[in-house]
Design a protein around this ligand. Structure first.
Ligand SMILES: [Zn+2]
Length: 106
């Protein structure tokens, strides 16, 4: 695999080329068996991964770990924020409950 177009063939498979460059690579693939084979192999590999992705799903722990790696700043709400939110909600609920009770002295 020494064709100088190899890297462009990889970009072609990943659809990361501008239209003009993509056409240029497509023309090259018609004349270079080496690059054509690489492109076919990579298309097959991508198809296999896509099909497997439909059949299997990641466990929630793995999904969360990967998501944390991809979005390191995104975090689950800390316990004190959730507690505060629940406290506010409870407070609102108590207020609503109190408003349903008869007023004192009537
Ligand atoms: Zn080539």
């Amino acid at each position: 695999m020494n064709c100088e177009w190899r890297e462009k063939a990889d970009l072609y498979v990943d659809n990361e080329l501008e239209p003009a460059a993509r056409q240029e690579v497509a023309r090259h693939l018609l004349t270079c068996a080496e690059c054509a084979a690489v492109v076919m192999d990579q298309h097959e590999f991508k198809k296999t991964v896509r099909v497997a992705g439909r059949r299997f799903s990641a466990p929630p722990e793995l999904y969360a770990a990967v998501r944390k790696q991809v979005h390191p700043r995104e975090s689950v709400s800390p316990w004190w924020k959730r507690g505060l939110a629940n406290g506010v909600f409870a407070s609102d609920g108590r207020s609503c409950l109190l408003s349903l009770l008869p007023a004192e002295g009537k």
